[in-house]
Design a protein around this ligand. Structure first.
Ligand SMILES: [Zn+2]
Length: 104
């Protein structure tokens, strides 16, 4: 069975003067299929921030209808209410995957 997913680039944006955490503008993550890696040049990423992004990753990998907020909303705020960092999702390459469930 074939299906398509977008690769994602998730980058930190905002004014570093407003960051309450150790974020760095431009740092980010790359999502390809089930795998997450650091964007080149990124040496660390807050696990609290990652936890807040995780629910959106599977949805952002899939095509949405234009009226679906998941289609046009692309920024997620840092979960620290005192932190001004945001994380922007960018869809990059759309890849086709092949999945064959294990027959039991
Ligand atoms: Zn933060």
């Amino acid at each position: 069975m074939k299906y398509q997913l977008f690769d994602l680039l998730i980058e930190t944006i905002g004014d570093p003067k407003t960051f309450n955490c150790s974020h760095k503008t431009g740092d980010g993550l790359i999502v390809k299929g089930e795998n997450i890696t650091f964007k080149p040049g990124t040496s660390y990423f807050s696990h609290y921030a990652l936890g807040s992004l995780m629910p959106y990753i599977a949805a952002k990998q899939r095509a949405n209808q234009e009226g679906d907020f998941m289609f046009f909303e692309s920024e997620i705020a840092c979960p620290d209410p005192l932190c001004g960092a945001r994380f922007v999702f960018k869809r990059t390459t759309q890849r086709t995957y092949d999945y064959e469930p294990i027959k039991k």
